[in-house]
Design a protein around this ligand. Structure first.
Ligand code: AMP
Length: 436
């Protein structure tokens, strides 16, 4: 079967790697892809929100399955576009529908959904220009810190945790009155701050059944010890030591199942990934956010632990037969460490040549066998003539697996030390809370 993967990051490179192992897959196309994905198939340079262009690629290449990496096409309704078009509606596509993608596309929708189905989350209220003054008063009477969230997609920047009232009131004003995040911030969710440790839980659902994928913990701050600015993600580990069976039972009963049942009750077509951004407050799991797709860099750490054929899982999702699938997960510990360009997440250079010195080192282990080894996934890279150069802030993600987390981290770092580009930086402490 011919498969099209949409997206261009480390997540999509990891999806290519995983999907290429399926006997059901005959050829992979990636739009637009990066230098790494081109090793697995043909990169096609189009905009992932240009549905007409995607349609013509599907028709001319006889695509039978589309795997959507990022959230934007989903929030813009790519699933519905396929289902409503006679020439596309036989193609298997990972969703959700536009209505389902609102779980990520609108924080206000997600909060009211959780309230309706009694899914544990932070207390909140939503405001826009019509009740702006009420919002100012609400903030002034709210305990600190206060969390402000732009309702819509804001390129991962729409959440502001305010430590004082001056900042909270001014950010609130900037979002609603000055369109700081454009239309995405016209509505603002103001919520209580939850203090705890975060983890990400992923399920694949067919609207009726679901399978639980490996969980992960990601590291968002640029600096070691979780200091400095927020990034798209500097690394991740899986499994998460505190996600015990006892804790995951609570997650399943209080969060996953009420979410899937709630979507069904709402009549929402949801065939795809639900990413639960959770926080453990004391021993209680609560939802920080929903996403409607896999995370990056979490994908790079969870897919190396998933033993199942991903194409088979997606076909079972399409046929609403996920109840017939048994998930098999590698027990060993996995880590992914992201190498970024100097200056990221602020100003950084692009077009820097990358040297992959490990390619000349026969000792370097660049495959995973029996739960041990390492893989290099490209995030922001492209080919320029025959050279691979940087094309983004997050450049590469090096995933590794071993019996112990410490050994997996060492394996990943050994490869990272054999990668060179000007200003390369990675966090040396990913997983630090869990290794001696
Ligand atoms: P989001 O875009 O909703 O994932 O938020 C980004 C980050 O902000 C999360 O990963 C959390 O670290 C933090 N965050 C969001 N909401 C809260 C909250 N209510 N309490 C504490 N931290 C939060």
């Amino acid at each position: 079967m011919k498969i099209l993967i949409l997206g261009s990051g480390g997540r999509e490179h990891a999806l290519c790697w995983k999907i290429s192992q399926s006997e059901l897959c005959s050829q992979i196309f990636i739009a637009p892809g990066n230098a790494g994905t081109s090793e697995f198939g043909e990169n096609i340079n189009i905009d992932i929100n240009d549905f007409e262009a995607i349609k013509s690629i599907c028709i001319s290449n006889k695509i039978e399955m589309v795997v959507v990496g990022p959230e934007e096409p989903l929030v813009n309704g790519i699933y519905d576009f396929f289902k409503n078009d006679e020439s596309l509606n036989k193609i298997v596509i990972t969703g959700p529908s536009k209505a389902g993608a609102q779980l990520e596309g609108s924080k206000a929708f997600a909060k009211s959904f959780m309230e309706k189905y009694q899914i544990p989350t932070a207390k909140y209220k939503e405001f826009d220009v019509s009740n702006f003054d009420e919002g100012l008063e609400y903030i002034q009477n709210h305990p600190l810190p206060i969390v402000l969230k732009a309702d819509g997609l804001a390129a991962g920047k729409g959440v502001i945790i305010c430590q004082n009232y001056v900042e909270a009131l001014s950010e609130f004003e900037l979002m609603i009155q000055q369109s700081k995040f454009g239309d995405a911030g016209k509505k603002v969710v103001v919520e209580e701050f939850l203090d705890g440790i975060e983890l990400s839980v992923f399920v694949l659902t067919d609207s009726k059944n679901y399978v639980l994928l490996p969980e992960a913990k990601d590291y968002k701050k640029i600096g070691e010890g979780d200091k400095g600015l927020n990034t798209g993600g500097m690394g991740a580990i899986s499994p998460v030591p505190f996600a015990t069976d006892h804790f995951m039972k609570k997650v399943t009963e209080r969060i996953i199942e009420p979410t899937i049942n709630g979507l069904r009750k709402e009549g929402i077509d949801y065939k795809g990934i639900i990413f639960f951004g959770l926080i453990k407050v004391n021993e209680v799991p609560m939802v920080i956010e929903y996403n409607c797709r896999l995370g990056d860099p979490e994908t790079e750490v969870i897919l190396i632990r998933l033993k199942n054929d991903l194409v088979e899982l997606i076909l079972a999702m399409d046929e609403q037969k996920l109840n017939e699938q048994q998930i098999e997960i590698e027990k060993n510990n996995a880590v992914t460490i992201v190498a970024v360009s100097g200056g990221y997440p602020e100003q950084y250079k692009k077009g820097l040549p990358i040297e992959f010195l490990y390619l000349e080192n026969p000792e370097a282990r660049r495959h995973i066998d029996d739960g041990v080894g390492a893989l290099v996934f490209h995030s922001g890279t492209k080919k320029l003539n025959e050279e691979v150069v940087t094309s983004g802030g997050r450049v590469l993600a090096v995933s590794a697996m071993a019996q112990g987390l410490g050994d997996a981290i060492e394996l990943s770092k050994t490869i990272l030390e054999q990668i060179r580009f000007e200003g390369i930086y990675f966090r040396g402490d990913i997983g630090y809370e869990f290794v001696d």
